[in-house]
Write a protein that binds this ligand. Structure first.
Ligand SMILES: *Cc1c(COP(=O)(O)O)cnc(C)c1O
Length: 230
């Protein structure tokens, strides 16, 4: 079990390096976030033992246990799930990044709590719902510019870029299309003067296509830990 997580992480790092090279990206420019939702503490510790320091969680309740139990390690936690108003305080106090911000009221809450916590600004990405899927979070394109300008004004949030979870596609060229669109949207925001440097896109089944299209953060669960027990 332990060894299999180690070997999967090593394989994954190699695939990321190969993709960076193949698509002409700077070596090390793509950061791997290990997504620990549905995984037990022992698995997370195996990942830490193999050198992984950056982790992502979708559920605050699960994150609370892990963050508390792993306080002795110098870890960086990213929140990637649905943000509930009553969890904004915990998120602002315990995470370095939020990838899934999609509304200004939650941004206001996170900003206030981050300010009260006396921490450096919380890094945030706006989640974009590219395909207008009702089952998914994320701002629709027509509201994105307004939201980005609003979030950019909060002094305890540092707007870094965009995140999306496109529908699963099995064909590489189609995977690339969705990621390419997100990259183009980032370019439009940059052209408006917003200083953004992050594209959080790509998961176990499509991260190479995401790297091809400029991903800087990839969020990987199953390819490290195997299938989640639900
Ligand atoms: C679960 C999850 C991931 C990881 O997905 P895998 O297919 O297990 O790699 C990435 N991003 C988000 C937002 C998730 O909820």
């Amino acid at each position: 079990m332990k060894n299999s997580i180690l070997s999967k992480i090593l394989q994954l790092r190699q695939r990321v390096r190969n993709a960076e090279y193949h698509y002409g990206k700077e070596p090390g420019s793509v950061q791997l976030i290990a997504i620990t939702k549905g995984q037990n503490l022992e698995s997370v510790k195996s990942a830490i033992a193999s050198g992984q320091r950056v982790f992502g969680e979708s559920y605050v309740q699960e994150a609370q246990e892990k963050i508390r139990a792993l306080q002795g390690f110098p870890l960086e936690w990213h929140f990637i799930g649905r943000i509930q108003t009553n969890k904004t305080k915990f998120i602002a106090n315990n995470f370095s990044w939020v990838h899934s911000l999609a509304n200004s009221k939650l941004a206001l809450k996170l900003n206030e709590y981050r300010k009260n916590a006396n921490l450096t600004p919380l890094n945030v990405c706006i989640q974009v719902n590219l395909q207008k899927e009702l089952s998914k979070e994320g701002v629709y394109l027509e509201h994105l510019v307004h939201l980005a300008k609003t979030i950019n004004k909060f002094s305890h949030l540092h707007l870094r870029g965009l995140m999306a979870i496109p529908k699963p596609e099995y064909q590489f060229s189609i995977q690339r299309e969705n990621f390419k669109e997100l990259h183009q949207i980032l370019g439009k925001l940059q052209a408006l003067g917003l200083q953004l440097d992050t594209l959080s896109m790509g998961m176990s089944e499509d991260f190479e296509a995401a790297i091809a299209e400029g991903a800087t953060l990839i969020r990987i669960g199953a390819a490290i830990f195997g299938k989640r027990d639900r």
